[in-house]
Structure formats: C-alpha cells, structure tokens
Design a protein around this ligand. Structure first.
Ligand code: GLC
Length: 546
C-alpha cells in the first residue's frame, strides 16, 4: 500500500480539553464541547489534533494522573462522546492523536491500590518502584532524587498493621507513582491499552515523559542542577531520564501500531539534549516524531535560531525523520509572553503577580507573530497550542487562590507553575466566559481583557493574529512548505534569518534595524514601515519562478 506519511509535514493542533470548550456549563471543558468546535478548527487549516488526557483521573495533575486508561472521566464525557469526536474529526478530514501517560499512573489506579494492599515483595508491588528506606529505621528515602514538581521523589506508605513501611518513587506528584517498566507485566498492559485506542480509530499517540520510563540500575543518587529537578534538556543526564533501555519499549509499540492498517503515529515528549541524542527516539523502527523543545527554548536571537534550525534539520534528517517545531504547549509560558522575557527562565516555573519580570505584551505579541510565521515556513511538522492562534499571552496576574498546578503547592508557592498558560480560551467577546462555557463558569478565571482576543473579534479582521495564522497555514499547504528544504540565503545582516523553501523566500528580521523589503510579499507578521521590513517581523515572498 502506498503510504502518505501524512505526519511528515502535518500541522498538529493541541487541544487541552479542560480549557477548550465546556458544553455542560460546569466550568470544565469536555469532549462534546470539542466536537462542537471542530469545524472551526478545521477552518483554521490544521491537519490533526492532539488531545491532552481526558481519561478517568482524580485530576491531581490535570489528568496526567490516570486512574483508568480505558475510560473517559465523567467530567469530560463518556466513551460514546469520544467515539463521536473521532467520527466528526474524520468526517472533517482531521486526524486525532491521543495522549498516553505510561511513566506513572494515578495513586487511585487499581494497580496501585492492589500494590498497597498486597504488601511488600508481592507481584503487585513489583508493578511500581517500591524500595526500603535508608537508615536503621528505613525512614530516609531510598535515594536523594527530587520530584520535577519540587520536594522529594519518594513517599512512604504504612504496612497493613499501620507501622511505617516501604517507599515508592514518583518523579512527579505524590499522587503519580512511577511504574516499573523493567516488569514485563507492565509492558503487556500498555500493549493492550494501545490496542484499545487503536481499535477506537485514533491516529496515534503523544507519549508523555517518553524519556523517563527506564531508570538507571540501582537508582543511584543524583544532584539536580541549580533550580531543582526538571524535565531534562540540560547537559547532565540524570539517572531517571534518557536511559538507553527505553528504546526497546518503543520498538515493541511500533510493532503493535503496525498490526493496524493506516498510518498511526508515535510522538515523543522527551526533553533530551542534544538534538542528535533526541533523534534516537525517532529512528525508523521507533517513534515518528519528537517535540523539538530545543527550538521552543531558543531565545529571541537570530544566531541561536539559525543554529537550532540547522541542527534540527541535520539531526532528524540523519535518521530519516522529519523535524518538528513547537513554540507553546500546556507546560510552558505562552510564546506571546515568553519571547519578551528578559531574565533567565526555567520551564515550569511560570510567571505570576510577584515575578520580577513582567514581559512587555506588545513586544511579546510582535515577536510571537514573527516567530510563528518563521516556524510555519520550516519543513517538517509543526505543533500549535490552543489559543496561540489568537495571540493569547500567558495570564501573569492569575490570583494565587485560583492556582491548581501541583508545582505551586510542592514548592511552597516558590514556583508559580503552569496555570497561566491553561486558562480557558475566549471564543466570543460578549458571551459569558467569552463563550467557553454557557453558564460563565471557568475552572480558572479569565482576565477581562481577553474579550479583545476572542475569536469572533478577530475573525475577518485582516490584521488579527487569527487571520495571520489562517493565511500562513493556507500558504504553507499551497506551497508545500512542510515537505520542502531550507536553502540559506546570504548577504543579510547578522540579525536577519533568510532562506528559501521551494518558491517561497522567508526573511525574519529578528533585530530592530529596518531592512529593505523585496517585492512579492505573500505574508507579513507586522506592518511595513515606509515600504521597508521593520524589526521583529517575518515576511514570506513568492520567488520569481525560474
Ligand atoms: C508531561 C506533561 C505534563 C505533566 C507531566 C507528568 O510533561 O506534559 O503536563 O505534568 O508530564 O505527567
């Protein structure tokens, strides 16, 4: 069968279900809400959706704490609602990728509850990473690992008689015990979970913490760099990230996906450095794509951006995989804010009322539009996060009383965490909750000025960010940019990134000096100044046909 390899050039739109669209008015988005809005997303011009978790979950980490991998949480709907969503997506020619969370379960998952009940040394306990504590009374954690959300990565549980017993590992919240992926039983369970969703017609999986499943033998101590444990992406490799044993897991998953007709994909959320190492996740017999967090984390600096584009194309190209590009998601400060940050910023830290650096909103949006237009001109696959097409900033004034990210609680309010990028998005300027929810309820409060960002306020307005996204996505498809190449163009100042992709010339003026604007403009991120290309602006030009 001829394969289209649709994912090589796809633009994939991330839906964060709780903040997308609420059909029943309880203030939390849901699956029917997503289904209702699908035509609008189709209209934006994307190829696929990635849905963050909607499974049964106590929601201690916004659904990344799964209590049943084979059901929909009643807050989000039912399996029938999910089937309806898949059917509507496919009717609209949109592919649907779901989020799979294999590194840990919820502590409410029956596997963990059974492990607690079965006691030390049982096969049920061997599903997770239970260990005896250190010290004579075992009251010191088995090692010094820190949780990514702050605090120790171990929690002690009582024995059936109430005396203190073993400890279990949780790289994230206490409510998210890590599974032991050395255990074949665990591997089997996930093969069945993959099949469960493949049978329901999904087009692939975004794999959560895909660099974390295997821990170094003996669980040796590790001191995290300054700022505490993180998702990774720095020079030293902790004993819980990017261990070589993880790859055979995905090779086995690939075989499960290959049992099915069609072209289902595996996408790695792996915070691994350098790009050449990350590329190991997307070798031909493993996954198809890995999020390019190096690109996301690159500062607003032409030399750095050129370098990461070059390195990405080289590293992924070497293993025959497409590069991916991403600027925002539910774990990072939205790029319309992040690109204007002037101080050091660590992923997951967030920005809040007491942060010293309140990025300038005008600068942020201007740079974000330029960065997006640059990103959408690059060959490979691009990821968009709901609301970025509206130019939404991070909510940096979210009241502390509203916060829900475990990071905020586990760091004793030192790190704000990720709530600021998760505020429900505005659809209609004049409706309750800006159209997010019919009752006006919203699980995180929306800033009043978001009326100005509402989709209906931008629709048809030529200068709006929404229309810029629509135009760029249409041109990207029309010119086949996703399957093209980058031919660097010389003769531009250092602060200017210039390349040709097929018959489109892309000039990103990252600096502040005006440069000459050649003829043939087809897309532009900010208005020209006396017919020149101003600073912090990207332009696409149609090159004269040879
Ligand atoms: C991933 C998710 C993040 C979650 C974490 C633990 O990084 O994107 O939202 O908190 O994994 O599952």
């Amino acid at each position: 069968m001829l394969r289209s390899e649709w994912w090589r050039s796809a633009v994939i739109y991330q839906v964060y279900p709780r903040s997308f669209s609420d059909s029943n008015g309880d203030g939390l988005g849901d699956l029917p809400g997503i289904t209702q809005r699908l035509p609008t997303i189709r209209n934006l011009g994307v190829d696929a959706l990635w849905l963050s978790p909607f499974y049964t979950s106590p929601q201690k980490d916004a659904g990344y704490d799964v209590a049943d991998y084979r059901d929909v949480d009643p807050r989000f709907g039912t399996l029938a609602d999910f089937d309806a969503l898949v059917a509507e997506a496919h009717r609209l020619d949109l592919r649907l990728i779901v989020d799979l969370v294999p590194n840990h379960t919820s502590d409410q998952h029956v596997w963990f509850q059974q492990a607690l009940a079965a006691g030390e040394g049982s096969p049920e306990r061997a599903r997770y990473l239970f260990r005896d504590g250190a010290g004579p009374d075992g009251d010191t954690p088995p090692n010094n690992w820190e949780s990514v959300f702050g605090g120790p990565a171990w929690t002690r549980v009582p024995r059936p008689d109430g005396t203190p017993g073993q400890w279990y590992l949780h790289l994230f919240d206490t409510s998210q015990p890590d599974l032991d992926w050395e255990n074949p039983w665990v591997r089997e369970q996930f093969h069945d979970i993959l099949r469960f969703w493949l049978d329901r017609g999904v087009d692939g999986f975004r794999v959560d913490v895909a660099h974390g499943l295997i821990k170094k033998k003996g669980l040796p101590d590790y001191v995290a760099p300054k700022g505490g444990a993180s998702m990774g992406g720095h020079a030293s490799t902790p004993p819980y990230w990017a261990q070589p044993g993880v790859h055979e897991i995905y090779r086995a998953w690939r075989k499960v996906l290959d049992e099915y007709p069609g072209e289902q994909v595996l996408v790695a959320e792996a915070w691994v450095n350098p790009l050449s190492k990350l590329a190991q996740w997307v070798r031909p017999d493993e996954m198809d794509q890995a999020f390019n967090f190096d690109f996301l984390e690159t500062a607003w600096d032409a030399t750095a951006i050129r370098r990461v584009i070059r390195d990405s194309l080289a590293a992924f190209g070497k293993v025959g995989a497409p590069s991916t590009w991403v600027l925002s998601n539910h774990d990072v400060v939205r790029h319309a804010t992040r690109l204007a940050i002037t101080t050091d910023h660590v992923q997951g830290e967030g920005i809040g009322p007491k942060s010293p650096d309140k990025p300038n909103r005008v600068t942020g949006l201007r740079r974000a539009r330029a960065a997006t237009l640059l990103m959408l001109a690059l060959p490979g696959s691009a990821y968009l996060y709901q609301g970025e097409e509206l130019g939404l900033p991070e909510d940096v004034e979210l009241p502390d009383s509203a916060r829900q990210d475990p990071t905020w609680f586990r760091t004793n309010h030192e790190r704000y965490g990720r709530d600021g990028c998760r505020v429900p998005i505005p659809w209609e300027a004049l409706a309750p909750a800006f159209g997010f929810s019919p009752t006006g309820e919203s699980w995180l409060p929306q800033p009043p000025e978001w009326a100005g960002y509402a989709r209906d306020a931008q629709e048809g307005q030529p200068d709006s960010t929404l229309e810029l996204y629509k135009a760029a996505l249409a041109l990207r498809a029309q010119h086949g940019l996703g399957l093209g190449d980058v031919d660097w163009l010389r003769g531009y100042p250092e602060d200017v990134i210039a390349f040709r992709n097929g018959n489109v010339i892309v000039i990103a003026n990252v600096g502040t000096q005006i440069v000459t604007l050649p003829p043939g403009v087809i897309a532009l991120s900010s208005e020209p100044v006396s017919a020149n290309l101003p600073g912090e602006t990207t332009v696409w030009l149609e090159a004269a046909q040879a």
